[in-house]
Design a binder for this molecule. Structure first.
Ligand code: NAP
Length: 323
């Protein structure tokens, strides 16, 4: 990672949880911004942000935080972003770039864009990096290193503003890709949203079996279940908003998934070993492709924290999630 010098004078972060605090830490570590102003919804979070020294100024209102900022990044749950845009709009500096980090992009454009005044540049973004933890203590400066950040500038966006934001994300360690918001939502529906839905489902199903098997479920969780529990521990507010905001794309992918699941169910019922073998061979090749392009480690997965084994160093243990 190179140190480009400050790319922005004043960065305003609205919401300082896992993602907002990771941006603050990484921007500081890289000297990518001169100063950081921050606001969060609750006094408790604002107090913690001040204690951790994550921002030069911690403001009580979102309007005060954006005052004089040349870059504003809204790091709140997707469902809150429309109201935040409305609240900050009259206080934005002309020429400022307004962005976000929401896991869904179509709904962000729909909810935020109508409130933003002419003369500010709206460039939505989604860093595809995260963990199952929340809040300002959960962030770390390396979260975005080697991860993708997808920008979804609306038609007619100023290319210079898009490039300035891309330069910031590159300074934080991410690789930047640009695509239309609707395409982003389709891609993330299958790579992130559906896997989370499946994890939430399977962990809930296992919980319903709990009377008979609770101790066995926990004891033998290394047989695949453990990975689902990690994903299913993700923030309920964030994921409620993701499914409400990306309803169409998730339902489309869920339809295809259900058809494939029916095919595998039929193969098991009929004892069709060839069909199962063929399917599992195809999916194994997909996993190898992910390792080859550096999006995961080829190391066997026996090193995560559980009884008797030491946890991996935090950034490596925690940054492998998709979001
Ligand atoms: P988080 O840790 O729960 O933090 C959310 C922050 O937003 C908190 O500081 C919260 O303040 C603040 N907030 C909520 N409503 C607000 C409002 N109306 N005005 C100002 N601040 C408000 O969540 P996160 O994981 O950082 O997620 C933030 C965004 O990043 C979401 O849109 C999510 O889709 C996206 N994202 C998440 C991940 C991930 O893995 N978690 C990855 C990529 C993108 P309080 O603490 O005071 O409530």
């Amino acid at each position: 990672m190179s140190r480009p010098g400050p790319l922005f004078n004043r960065l305003a972060l609205i919401g300082v949880g896992l993602i907002g605090s990771s941006i603050a830490r990484a921007a500081r570590a890289q000297g990518a911004v001169r100063e950081i102003a921050a606001s969060a919804r609750s006094a408790a979070t604002r107090r913690r942000v001040a204690e951790l020294g994550l921002a030069d100024q911690v403001l009580e209102t979102n309007a005060a935080a954006v005052d004089g900022a040349d870059l504003v990044i809204v790091c709140a749950p997707v469902g809150a972003c429309g109201d935040i845009a409305k609240e900050i709009a009259p206080h934005l500096k002309p020429g400022a770039i307004v962005s976000d980090v929401g896991s869904v992009k179509g709904a962000i454009v729909r909810d935020m864009a109508p409130h933003l005044p002419a003369g500010v540049h709206f460039v939505p973004a989604h860093p595809v990096a995260g963990t199952e933890y929340s809040g300002p203590d959960a962030g770390f400066a390396e979260l975005f290193v080697g991860r993708w950040c997808i920008l979804t500038p609306p038609d007619g966006a100023d290319p210079a503003a898009v490039e300035r934001l891309a330069a910031l994300w590159r300074a934080l360690g991410a690789t930047v890709e640009t695509m239309p918001a609707a395409h982003h939502d389709l891609v993330l529906a299958i790579t992130s949203h559906l896997p989370h839905l499946i994890a939430y489902t399977i962990v809930g199903t296992a919980d319903e079996l709990a009377e008979v098997t609770r101790s066995e479920v926990l004891k033998f969780s290394a047989g695949g279940f453990r990975d689902f529990t990690r994903i299913a521990a993700s923030d309920p507010t964030m994921w409620r908003d993701v499914f409400l905001a990306n309803k169409e794309a998730v339902l489309e992918m869920l339809g295809t998934f259900n058809e494939d699941l029916s095919q595998l169910t039929r193969a098991i019922r009929r004892g069709d070993g060839d069909a199962l073998f063929e399917h599992f061979t195809r999916t194994r090749a997909i996993r190898r492709g992910i390792v080859e392009i550096g999006q995961d480690s080829p190391a066997p997965d026996f090193g995560r924290s559980h009884a008797g084994l030491a946890p991996l160093p935090r950034p490596y243990a925690a940054s492998e999630d998709n979001q």
